[in-house]
Design a protein around this ligand. Structure first.
Ligand SMILES: [Zn+2]
Length: 71
C-alpha cells in the first residue's frame, strides 16, 4: 500500500479488520454511486455535461482514478 502515509497507517491500525472491511465497503459503495452518476454518454460525462459537452472521463472520474490532482 504505497499510497498510504504513515499517519494514515497509524489511523488504520486503530481499527480491527471487521471495522476496516465495513469502512471499505461503505466507501466503495459511495464511489460506485459517484461513478454511476459520472458515466460516459455519447463520449461526454452524463453528470457534468450541461450546455456544452464535458469530455469523458471528466475531472471527477479522473480524480477517482488517481489521474487528477486537486488545484
Ligand atoms: Zn463528470
Amino acid at each position: 500500500m504505497a499510497d498510504v502515509s504513515p499517519a494514515a497507517e497509524a489511523l488504520l491500525a486503530a481499527f480491527d479488520e471487521t471495522q476496516l472491511a465495513e469502512m471499505h465497503a461503505a466507501a466503495s459503495a459511495r464511489i460506485k454511486r459517484v461513478r454511476a452518476l459520472h458515466r460516459e454518454d455519447y463520449g461526454g460525462c452524463a453528470e457534468c455535461t450541461h450546455e456544452s459537452s464535458v469530455p469523458f472521463p471528466c475531472a471527477t472520474i479522473r480524480a477517482l482514478n488517481g489521474q487528477e490532482q486537486p488545484t
